[in-house]
Ligand binder design. Sequence first.
Ligand code: FES
Length: 129
Amino acid sequence: MPVVVRFEPAHVNFLIAGDERYFLFRSDAQGLLLLKDACPHRGGPLHLGAWETHPAAKLRCPWHGNAIPLRPLERAACPMVLREGQATAVLPSGETAPVFMQRRPILAACGAALAGAATSSTAMKGGGP
Ligand code: FES
């Protein structure tokens, strides 16, 4: 069952809902995307991947080096709306598990605004405020 979460991207860039992890990724074409933090190969932490633009935009997984093109990443992004500094997103799972919100270094981010030291962690019950 999907769960709706609300958070401020200026302070939160990483979500954990049960066994699933999500991170904010800045796409030049699409703006902020909320992506599942699991490589399709064997679940590697994509937020620690390397963003490459040549010859085509892709995210390289830190575990085995597979490259994931931008288009599939965009298509797999969680639905999210940004308004007045607030993000409202729909996670595909996490109905009963608390959703932990954190700020972590996002090495895969194109924008420097999302990269930074981990500073906080909060939790809220699934379903959002
Ligand atoms: S887990 Fe990502 S390339 Fe293997």
